[in-house]
Structure formats: C-alpha cells, structure tokens
Design a protein around this ligand. Sequence first.
Ligand code: ADP
Ligand code: ZN
Length: 715
Amino acid sequence: MNLEKARAALKKYFGYDSFRPLQAEVIEAIYEKKDVLLLMPTGGGKSVCFQIPAITLEGTCIVISPLISLMKDQVEALRANGIRASFLNSSLSYSEQQQVENDLFNGHLDLLYTSPEKMASQEFLPLLRSSKISLFAIDEAHCISAWGHDFRPEYRQLRFLKKTFPNVPVIALTATADKLTRKDIVVQAELQQPEIFIASFDRPNLSLEVRPGRKKMEQIIEFIEKRPNQPGIVYCLSRKSTETLAEKLRENGINAAAYHAGLDDSTRPKVQEDFINDKTTVICATIAFGMGIDKGNVRWVIHYNLPKNLEGYYQEIGRSGRDGSEADTLLFYSAGDVAMLREFISEGDSQHREIQLAKLDRMHQYATALICRRKILLNYFNETMLENCGNCDVCKNPPKDFDGTIIAQKALSAVSRLQEQVGTGMLVDVLRGSKSYNLLSNGYDKIKTYGAGKDVRQEDWFFYLEQMMNQGLIEIAYDDHSKIKLTNASKSVLFDGQKVQLVQAEVQKARKEEEAAKIPSRTKRTSERQRVRDELFEHLRQLRLDIARKKGVPPYIVFGDATLEEMAAERPTTEADFSLISGVGEQKLREFGRVFLDGIQEFLLAKKDEGMRIAGSTYLETFRLYKQGASVDEIAAQRGISPVTVFSHYAYLYEKGENINIWTFLTKTDAQRVANILQNMEPPYKLQEVFLALNEEVAYEKIRLSIALYNKHKH
Ligand code: ADP
Ligand code: ZN
C-alpha cells in the first residue's frame, strides 16, 4: 500500500488536497504494520490517521472510544463522506447490534466504533477472530493510564489486543502531552516497538488575548456583538455566574444559555445539543462544559475568570477553532482572581498544595506577560518556539518600556502618606485629585501628593499599579479590605533611588483601539468584496442549517466552517470548481454540490440585481437563461450582448463542467478539424490563427466551443 493511494482517498472521501503534519508519516507506519502512539492536540487531525488506512486497507478498522455519546455523530460524519462506518454499543437494540455484527463479519465495514467494555466481552471475541481486521485504533488512549487525568479501568483490558491479534497493528491516539502517561500507554496497551509521533501542541489559528478584568460585562457584549452568529463559550467560575451572565446577555439580545453540572438531567443535554446544532449561539458555562463535545465551529472562547492552571486554560481555549479556521480567545485577568484562587488552594488538601500554587503562579505569569504569550504556553508544554507568533495581543502591540520611576515614586509616596489605609480606587482618586465625597470627608485632599498624578489617565494608573504589583513594588492585602501596602522593594524606590521600568499605558489603549477597528473574521470588513464575502458566508451558513435540520444532523456534518468560508471566497459556479474546495469529497459533491452551487448563484444574481458588479456573474446570468430554454439570439437580445459573447460564455461554462449541450451548435467533424490544428499550437490559442489555419471555413463561435471541448478533455 502506498501513500499515493492514501492521498487519493483523502481527496475522494474528505475533499482535502494534502496531509497535515505527521498524518502521512503515521499512515505510512500503519501500512508497514507497525504499532503507533500518536500525540496530537485537539483539532490536529488525529482521526484521518486511522480513517485513511481503514478505507484503503482490506478489512475493518476497529475504533475503541470511551465516549458512547460521540460515536453516533462520528459515524454520521463518516457516512456523509461516503465511508462505510457503524458503531456498536449498549445504546443499540439487540437487532441493530445483530445487523452491525453481520456487516462486520461480511466485510461490509471500513470502520467500526465500539466501547472498551464491548471489546472485552467474551461473546464479541469470536466474532472479532472470524472477521478480517485491518487495524485497531485506541482513541483517547490516555484513559488506559492511571497517570492520565481520565483513567478508565475498562481500558486496561485492551492489553488482550496484541496478545490475541499479534499481526494487526494498533494505533493509540491522545491529546494528552505528559511524559509519564505517554510511557504508560505503551506499557499498558503492550504496543510492540511502537513508532511514537508527537505533533506540536501549537494551535496557530487561535488568537490569544488578555485584558484587565474591569467592566467585563460591557467588554463581553461588545466582543460578541462584533461576532454575530459566531458560536462561542464564556467560561465562568461559579454556577451562579453562568446564569447571571447568560441572563444579561439575553437582555442584550444575544442568544445565550447557561450550562453547569447543577442543571437537571433533562435540561443539560438539551442545552448542549442546541449549541451543537447552532440553535444557541453562546454558552456561559462552568468548566464542566466541553468534555465530550465535538463541535468544530466554536469561533471564540472567553474566560470570565482566571483559570487555575495553564493545562485547563489551554484545554478550554482549545475547544474553539477545532475545524482549523480562525478563532479568538480572550482572558480577563484581575489580581483579585489570583488572590481568590490562592485562597482556594491553600484551603485544600496539603499534598498537592505546593504544585497547585506553582501552577497558579505560571498562570499568573502568563496573564501578565510582556512577551509573546504563545511562547510561554508552548514552553509550558515543553516545546520551544523561536519566532514570535504574531497572533497574540503582545505580538500585535509589543510593549514599550519607559522610565517609570517618577510615576512609581508618586504612587508609593501617596500610599505611604495615606498610611497604607486605602485600596487602589481611592489611591488613584487621591493621585488624580478627585473631589469625591469619600475622599474629602477623610481629609485625603490635605496630603502632599494629592493631585500629583493628574496628568495620568485613571485607567492608565490602574495599569501602572498592576505592573508595580507584579514587580513586587506594592502588595495588596486581600485579608484587609484590599488595602495597598508597601514592601521592601518600595522602600528602595522611595529612599534609595532605585529605578523602575514600566510598560507604557498607550499600548493598552492602542490594543483597545485595534480591537475596536479589528476586522473580525467575517463581520466588519471594509472593502466591498469582503462585505459580499461575509454576506455570502452567512447565506451559505443558513443553507447549511436548513439542510442539517432536514436531515436531523449537526450542521458541521454537512460542511465545516472552513469549507463554507472557502466557498464564500472562491464562489465556485460549476461542479468542477466546487469539487476543488477543501472539504468537498465525492459523496458531498453528489449530495450537496447542486444545492450549494444554486445557493451561491442565487446570491450572486441577487447582488447583481442590486447593481453590484460581480466577477463571474455574467456567465451565471447567461447560464440561467440557457437553462430556461432561451436561444442564443434571445439571450443576446435580452442581455444586450452579442451572440458571439453568448457563445464564449457557453464555451467557458462547458469547459468548467457545466451541462451545456455544445453539440447543438457544433458538428463532430468541425470539432475534430479544430483539434487537429490545436495539437500543433501552444496555448493560449488565438481564435484568429485557428480560423485562418482552417481556411476560414469554420465559424468563430464553433472554434471557441471546440477549444473548450479540447481543453476539457485534455485535462
Ligand atoms: P482531532 O481528532 O485531532 O481533534 P480531527 O481528526 O477531528 O482532530 O480533525 C480536526 C479537523 O481538521 C476536522 O474538521 C478534520 O476534517 C480536519 N482535517 C483533518 N485532516 C485534514 C487535512 N489533511 N486537511 C484539511 N483538514 C483536515
Ligand atoms: Zn505572540
């Protein structure tokens, strides 16, 4: 078996032109009958690594997966691509199970998804033995290891696979990175000299951004309003806050729902399902949400509070952009969150306290970082990245240092004169010389530094104070009404001339402005072309939703966002062009090609009616009239173009694979004569040269059609 076959299958069944990193290598190893351990982040494309061998090798690939709830969708997605797949688990009736088992025995399946329990059951083994098995794929393979975060004892029984089927390769797949688990998987599954592939954990399509956690509600609403109809998740710390937030969003006209473990058994799955099916756009959830959800088109994730550690954070933002299209992530950071989490941990059991605190520190460092955030993340997962990523807020607006000694001195001096008795808000008021009642009634307007920081904007002061805190120049006493306290370091600034470097607040401002002007993926693009593209995307999304509802499947099973995006950009008008779109395999071309082509055509014609000039639409209009049965002369008259132009449209459409019957206008003899001439010419062919070479005996429009015919069959 060779890679060419694999590549052809990738195109035919999935509509993809090339393999992603490591996919080809993994497939090759399987073709060589080697055992494989594959570590790849969510969305990296693990499934293709066993699905392509499953399709191309003789026999059935058995996929063992712990999540019964996902099997149905996975199988449905495969079937939508024309792949023979089924699943076998306790959710099927007895007769349904029989049917699937017969299919397996008779070699009618490329893939069979099943649970570890079923695999280990005594009655299933004889069937497995008497069927032709090409490959075993152990999905979520970390479940086999007690070191992993999701140990499932039933997975342990899978060690019988290699014992019973020593000649069938096993591929173990997981998105869990840690080394211990990795080793343990190999041991527990008894993989034989496995090839181990570790993909980068980088997810370049996820943008990273951290903002100060002030006026979060306002910011979230603004963020969502810039991304209409884009599915997203807001992660909150408490059940209560998921509900309040969802409520607030709904009051602002946003289609939002809350999700947490406390919902009753009938509501919870419904909330989840509505999100998967694009019926609910925004979910406000605790971190309980997301496990076992396979939704590719989550376009953004917001963290309302700081997560406990980077593992959790990365996993949660990783639920966006699984389809590979751009997705935005936003984390709100506040020093208060850090203090609260620290308290939680300190109250917890002592055994892991130190580790948890260290992890929280790393999270804190990430949130306040002034270097490329992705570097920090990947570094945390033991990967080094040399270049800056260009897709995080720090890269987009690199911080500018300046000598902040005077600013720091003013602040510290005020803290000192206020006898460390006020919090940040009052401190800033004093520095800016506010006349608030509270301030005046405390007599704070009498201290020497009152109004000394008037020239610095209020929000900039917050930004500087936060930096001072991160540099250890001040401390916040969370146990004493969050009053600001001096430290040893502050004393050296106040009394020993210690210099302070700060990052300019202008950068913060620039970031905000950039966000405001941000050209969100498919909303507020400036150029007309972009606008049309966004509208078309929306049109196609609606079409997809209609089709999905009619078929009773999640929309992504019809087409992924990336595929719709490409359609909106390329605006294919013919089946041939349509099949070039990534994600359009043969089955989907047959099943949905016409509907989407019509959708695109309809949209473009409507735009044209609005007076917009759209490339390609002139052909479409000719084609529309042609399909209505109009003659060349009628089309020419109606459209105000010459009959020759109509013929050239026909030629174009025909060459692109549209159903134009050129033989109405052309004889085989003429076509052959033209072909003979073309054989000795170099493209692009000049009509006049051909015309002259044929002694002016064949009319121009016939030559035009013959060239189309010639081109089409040459390819
Ligand atoms: P994982 O199981 O690693 O989370 P998936 O196998 O679900 O990832 O793949 C993630 C997405 O990437 C899916 O939409 C899948 O169809 C797509 N994909 C996989 N391989 C390719 C490829 N070679 N080219 C384009 N898209 C791909
Ligand atoms: Zn970066």
